[in-house]
Write a protein that binds this ligand. Structure first.
Ligand code: E4P
Length: 301
């Protein structure tokens, strides 16, 4: 699995690169905003060029338009401006730019992907929240799809009444198995009296249907299960499109998307840091250091 760092913070990119594990970078307008707000009088164009120079691997830069024409024009511009720096620009296109706030139609993203790929410009399709979107993006010729694992988890927790910030921190692991089990136990207690032949009643019970519906998003129980489903679909049909797991919030989620077979995980810097530490590793190094005898030390002299 390739590792990208999910940041526009150049110091974090340089640091992760120095560890020898970095294969690329992903940015988005929110990450660029953070970097801009930290600096006075920043020349964003030069700053982005520095990012491209820093890493010898794909750097995703996102368009800001919502229509096909805007996105294609901006994608070409990003590619012309920044690809000559290190030959590593990938244009990020949202899968669907339609919303009640700006109804541009649901297919602008797909059309932009098709146009850019026919012009040889590599794309990363962003804001993927379900495998069906990933399938369409792959058909339109994208190089990467970015399922947003953390936001999918957030959405499922919203459906059971939990709010990020109030009920759990952004970094919290979403235990989909636990949620399914708890829901099962809760429902089971309601039906303990029923005999096998009455199972039909359970299946058609409105309360059961509501619980079943709330613990998943149309059958997707977690962000990592979405990544896994996309991976299976792409393998079934031998698509070349890479699965780039995004919106990762903690190291356990990175493990899950790696188990799910993601080609790439784009990881925030603080989650990369979280991946390295373990209490027993720390205790282990202390005891190895304490046990060094002179005789062994001598061979290093
Ligand atoms: C990267 O490609 C995505 O834009 C990013 O992972 C989104 O992460 P977030 O959900 O934490 O904002």
């Amino acid at each position: 699995m390739k590792i990208f760092v999910d940041t526009a913070e150049i110091d974090e990119i340089k640091e992760a690169n120095s560890w020898g594990i970095l294969d690329g970078v992903t940015t988005n307008p929110s990450l660029i905003k953070k970097a801009v707000e930290k600096r006075e009088n920043i020349d964003v164009e030069e700053y982005v060029k520095d990012i491209c120079k820093t890493v010898d691997g794909p750097v995703s830069l996102e368009v800001i338009g919502l229509t096909r024409e805007e996105m294609v024009e901006q994608g070409e511009l990003l590619y012309e401006k920044f690809n000559p720096v290190n030959g590593n620009v990938v244009v990020k296109i949202p899968i669907n730019t339609n919303s009640p706030e700006s109804s541009v139609g649901e297919y602008e993203g797909l059309k932009a992907l098709k146009d850019l790929s026919s012009r040889g410009i590599p794309t990363n399709t962003t804001l993927i929240m379900k495998p069906e979107q990933a399938l369409l993006a792959a058909k339109a010729g994208t190089q990467y799809v970015s399922p947003f694992a953390g936001r999918i988890d957030d959405y499922i927790r919203t459906r059971v009444g939990l709010t990020r910030g109030d009920d759990y921190p952004k970094s919290a692991y979403h235990d989909a198995d636990w949620l399914r089990h708890a829901s099962y136990l809760n429902l089971k207690s309601r039906y303990d009296e029923l005999e096998g032949e009455e199972l039909e009643k359970i299946y058609s019970d409105k309360a059961v249907a509501e619980v079943k519906d709330s613990i998943s998003d149309d059958g997707i129980y977690s962000g990592s299960s979405a990544v896994s489903a996309i991976n299976r679909i792409f393998s079934n049909y031998e698509f070349d499109t890479a699965v780039l797991a995004a919106s990762l919030r903690n190291s356990r989620q990175v493990r899950e998307v790696a188990e799910a077979g993601a080609d790439v995980a784009t990881i925030p810097f603080q989650v990369l840091e979280e991946m390295i530490g373990h209490y027993k590793t720390e205790r282990g190094i202390v005891s190895f250091s304490e046990d060094v005898v002179e005789e062994y030390e001598a061979i290093f002299e």
